[in-house]
Write a protein that binds this ligand. Structure first.
Ligand code: GRF
Length: 206
C-alpha cells in the first residue's frame, strides 16, 4: 500500500502542490496525498487540491478550542489512514493531543533558518535584522512553535536590493525543493534522531 500523507494548510498551497508534483514525478516514491485539510474555506490550496482530484476537507476553526478542533482533524486523518502529516502554511499551533496522535510523524516547513526568526513574517524579520543569508527549514513538529528537531535546511543569500517579496520568492523556490526531499527521507525512514539532532543515513548525506 502507498504511504499516505495528510497536508494541513491555511492559504495558497504552493508547498502542497510541490509535494503533489514530486509524488507524480516519482521523486517521493510509493506515496500519495490522501487528504488536504484547511481551516479556511477560501484557501486557494483547497481549490488546488480539488482540481487535482485530491480529497480536500474544510474544517472551520472559528470559535473552537484548540483541542476540539484538533480532535476533528485527527479523526479525519485517521479515517484516511494517514501516516505522515505535513503542515504547509497551516496557521494554527497544534495541541498536545494532535502531536501525541502522530508521534514523530508531523513535519512543518518554515521560511527561515531556524532557530532564527520563528513565527509570523519570518522573511520580513530576516530582512529587518539584516542577515546576509536566509533560507528555509523542514523540522519535526513538537508542542512549541517552529521548534522541533531539524531535518533539512536550505540557505538563500539576501541581496542588498531585496524586498520582502523578492526574498520570499527566492526562499519559496527552495522550499519547493526541500519539502519533497524531506518527506522522501522520512517516508523511507532514512534518519535517526539523537537528542535534537536528526542524523541522515550515510548515503543521504551531502
Ligand atoms: C511558506 O512560506 C511556508 O514556509 C510557511 O507558510 C508559507 C506557505 O506557503 N509555513 P504555501 O501556502 O505553501 O504557498
Amino acid at each position: 500500500m502507498k504511504k499516505r500523507i495528510g497536508v494541513l494548510l491555511s492559504g495558497r498551497g504552493s508547498n502542497f502542490e510541490a509535494l503533489a508534483d514530486a509524488i507524480s514525478a516519482g521523486r517521493i516514491p510509493n506515496a500519495e496525498i490522501a487528504l488536504v485539510i484547511s481551516n479556511h474555506e477560501d484557501a486557494p490550496g483547497i481549490a488546488r487540491a480539488r482540481s487535482r482530484g485530491i480529497p480536500a476537507l474544510v474544517l472551520p476553526s472559528k470559535g473552537l478550542q484548540r483541542e476540539a478542533y484538533d480532535r476533528q482533524a485527527v479523526a479525519a486523518l485517521r479515517e484516511k489512514q494517514v501516516e505522515l502529516v505535513c503542515l504547509a502554511g497551516f496557521m494554527r499551533l497544534l495541541s498536545p493531543f494532535f502531536i501525541q496522535s502522530f508521534p514523530g510523524a508531523i513535519l512543518n516547513i518554515h521560511p527561515s533558518l531556524l532557530p532564527s526568526f520563528p513565527g509570523l513574517e519570518a522573511q520580513k524579520q530576516a530582512l529587518e535584522y539584516g542577515v546576509k543569508f536566509a533560507g528555509c527549514t523542514v523540522h519535526f513538529v513538537d508542542e512549541n512553535l517552529d521548534a522541533g528537531p531539524i531535518l533539512l535546511q536550505s540557505v538563500v543569500p539576501v541581496r542588498d536590493d531585496d524586498t520582502e517579496q523578492t526574498l520570499s520568492a527566492r526562499i519559496l523556490a527552495e522550499e519547493h525543493k526541500l519539502y519533497p526531499e524531506a518527506v522522501r527521507l522520512v517516508l523511507e525512514g532514512r534518519y535517526s534522531i539523537q537528542a535534537r539532532r536528526v542524523i541522515l543515513t550515510a548515503q543521504d548525506r551531502k
